[in-house]
Write a protein that binds this ligand. Structure first.
Ligand code: ADP
Ligand code: MG
Length: 701
């Protein structure tokens, strides 16, 4: 059903085709609705009228009410300015124009009552206001006076076409006049009541033209709630639908493999957090529904072990599993360490990557089809169509943010009954973001490190400390430890980056000469086999230093490494720095992370480095990252395939509203999963309308 809100903005008086074109292009505003949901980014308090006598030099924008008594033009040509003397009975203020004099002058009327608006300055004892806005006091009365005035973002192009914030303000006023009394409520009455919200018309009206700060707050709350509520309702209803549609493999019993591994093979006690997450997983996979679970846990928290135990659960229930890693190095490492842990158990593990030879590949395919292979570890190669399982019951995806949605979806189709999906990520995501990006996944958190881990000591140094740093590495090597030295790799300047890496490598070779020292190097341009060779040597302790680009970022496990040097650390994002740091501190002894940087460091870089020095808590770092960058830019959001396009809510600030909205959405779906209830008709309609907009969800299905 088309409503007035679906009309093209070019039909709105005050807009017209030319302005409409600019608004289309610059702000992607096409319909009345788009315009109506284009909200001010801030509000200027126009509830108070100051007097000239009250003015001091520290005021922001204020308004005063009075009359212009005299107008003068001073100076010649380019230095010309116009001064209007404004008096309100308490004093005189000089209104000054340097530009546009010939347009402004004819509009000014002497001895007429105006509201002037602008930022006052005091210069040589005189009160000035440059380029003030003027309004007829009589017209302002009741209209704008006593309002908070919204300020709208505009672009350069808009300003050049004279579409200023004030113009948008005027257009909004026309728009509001058109729909007054005609808007349909967009939330069910019982939600409005329960959440104590104002009506939609009131909300929209006060978002643009707040009657007072209290009404503005109410309006914003309502609109934020609604925005977040519908996102959550959408995500959760997809999840509900999926649960109703698909049956899952039921892993009903805990059998030989799981029990034997648990009691005889793990050389340590599981942490409380690992046990809890395993319980959560067992509940899922035992329910007969398909599991979609995200396991978040800091680097080294023992996610891989948890995943392996799920694999054993699958085997005990007659299902095959696969484990997908983002890089070949990681896949190799996973396969090797899993094979090592399982040595002596009747579990057959295979490895499939881009480098697997055709002959080996064929053998793997056969073993998968016959069911002989229990677990296939690999990279993207796993999702090729030629890879067919006999009975795939569990998919583990490691370091999920490297995998696109489409790739995960492909894995899904590998079985008639969709396999359980366990996504593991070491990138801690702030809760609010997790609820949105991974809202359709259940989330488990391993928030505890294995006992005995010492927090990594982190320091930030400039070039002048380089000798000390080299000396420090030497000392650690003498004590039998190993060190990473990592260089940033930034796509745009690939050549430069490799130059830095090569230079760094040469310098390290000079400082750590053979035969006493051996240095490995790994970078993205090397062949997989070469990389692997170098990694293996470092992992085996044959080399003491690993010089690398960020290819080692994810998951690589060399417990003997105790030093992580990050070169040009100011160029890395926070979550990347945290990931890199997580490569050390995996054994029992003290480890160190040294952030080298340029002397000149931008403000945000500085904050990132300070955060790293101060905190080792991945979640705290992630929260801080969100604050620094804003949610749209957070790592993982692009890859996850979901653009978060919020018009009014803010994931950094509105976490509480989000949680509340999600809780309510959950309750509603619990009572009425398909939203068939009459009172929920409006919910269904709104969800349908959302589907038409360009939402792009990170759904596995
Ligand atoms: P993650 O994948 O979360 O980074 P891993 O599963 O690779 O962590 O575990 C990191 C290291 O800690 C591995 O060497 C693993 O064997 C070890 N580990 C895992 N769980 C425990 C535990 N409960 N107690 C002691 N060590 C553990
Ligand atoms: Mg891992």
């Amino acid at each position: 059903m088309l409503t007035i809100l679906d009309k093209d903005i070019k039909f709105l008086p005050g807009v017209g085709p030319k302005r409409a074109q600019i608004l289309n292009k610059e702000l992607e505003l096409y319909t009345f609705r788009d315009l109506l949901y284009y909200f001010p980014y801030k509000y200027i308090d126009r509830t108070k009228v100051y007097t000239v006598r009250q003015v001091n030099g520290h005021m922001q924008h204020i308004q005063l009410k009075g009359k212009i008594t005299r107008i003068e033009e001073i100076g010649e040509a380019r230095k010309k300015r116009m001064v209007a003397y404004f008096s309100d009975g308490t004093g005189v203020m000089e209104l000054v124009w340097f530009q546009g004099i010939k347009w402004v002058k004819p509009t000014l009327r002497l001895n007429h009552e105006y509201i002037v608006f602008g930022k006052p300055t005091i210069f040589g004892g005189k009160v000035n206001m440059a380029h003030p806005e003027l309004e007829d006091a009589v017209q302002s009365e009741g209209a704008k006076l006593g309002y908070l005035q919204g300020q709208y973002h505009t672009t350069e192009k808009m300003k050049r076409s004279f579409i200023t914030s004030k113009v948008i303000h005027t257009i909004q006023r026309t728009l509001v006049g058109q729909f007054k009394g005609k808007l349909m409520e967009t939330l069910p009455a019982h939600i409005i009541q329960k959440a104590k919200l104002c009506g939609i018309e009131d909300a929209l009206l006060n978002a643009h033209f707040p009657k007072n700060p209290e009404m503005l707050r109410k309006a914003q709350y309502r609109l934020k709630f609604e925005e977040l509520f519908y996102i959550q309702l959408k995500i959760l209803s997809m999840k509900t639908a999926r649960n109703r549609k698909f049956k899952g493999h039921e892993f009903s019993h805990i059998g030989y493999n799981f029990n034997t591994f648990y009691s005889d093979f793990i050389p340590f006690e599981l942490t409380g957090a690992q046990k809890r997450v395993l319980r959560e997983i067992r509940k899922d996979v035992g329910s007969g529904r398909q599991m979609n679970r995200l396991v978040q846990g800091d680097v080294g928290s023992g996610k891989t072990l948890v995943a392996l135990m799920c694999v054993l659960m699958a085997i005990d229930n007659g299902s095959q599993s696969c484990l997908m890693a983002p890089t070949e190095i990681l896949a190799n490492q996973h396969a090797a360490s899993i094979q090592k842990m399982l040595r002596g158990m009747p579990v057959k593990v295979g490895l499939l990557t881009g480098s697997t030879k055709a002959k080996e590949r064929r053998k793997l395919h056969e073993q998968l089809l016959s069911g002989e292979l229990n677990l296939l570890v690999g990279t993207h190669a796993l999702i090729e169509d030629s890879v067919v399982f006999k009975n795939l019951g569990l998919v583990v995806v490691d370091e999920q943010h490297r995998f696109g949605v489409a790739q995960r979806a492909k894995l899904w189709k590998k079985n008639t009954i969709p396999p359980h999906v366990l996504v593991m990520t070491a990138t801690p995501i702030p809760r609010t973001l997790a609820m949105t990006i991974y809202g359709d996944l259940d989330v488990s958190v391993i928030d505890e490190l294995p006992p005995g881990r010492k927090p990594i000591k982190t320091m930030h140094f400039f070039e002048n400390k380089r000798r000390d740093v080299l000396e420090f590495i030497r000392k650690q090597i003498t004590e039998g430890r190993q060190a990473y030295i990592v260089y940033p790799l930034i796509q745009e300047s690939e050549k430069m980056d490799y130059k830095n890496l090569e230079e760094g490598y040469a310098n390290i070779l000079k400082a750590f000469p053979e035969p006493q020292y051996k240095v490995s190097m790994v970078h993205g341009k090397m062949k997989a086999a070469e990389k692997d060779q170098e990694m293996q040597e470092f992992a085996a302790g044959k080399t003491q230093i690993m010089v690398a680009t960020t290819v080692i970022e994810v998951g690589v496990d060399v417990p003997n490494a105790s030093v992580m040097i990050i070169e040009s650390s100011e160029k890395f994002g926070l979550s990347q720095l945290h990931q890199l740091r997580g490569r050390v501190g995996r054994g029992g002894t003290q480890s160190y992370c040294i952030l080298m940087s340029d002397y000149k460091v931008g403000e945000n870089s500085r904050k990132r480095l300070d955060t790293m020095v101060r905190s080792t808590d991945g979640f705290e770092i992630a929260e801080f990252d969100l604050k620094l960058r804003g949610p749209g830019d957070l790592e993982g959001t692009q890859q996850s395939g979901m653009a978060i396009d919020l018009k009014i809510a803010n994931l950094t600030r509105d976490g509480q509203i989000l949680q509340y909205a999600r809780d309510l959405a959950e309750q509603i779906l619990e009572e009425d999963p398909a939203l068939d209830n009459d009172s929920h008709a409006v919910l269904k309609e709104q969800l349908k309308a959302m589907r038409k907009t360009k939402f792009n969800w990170s759904s596995i299905s």
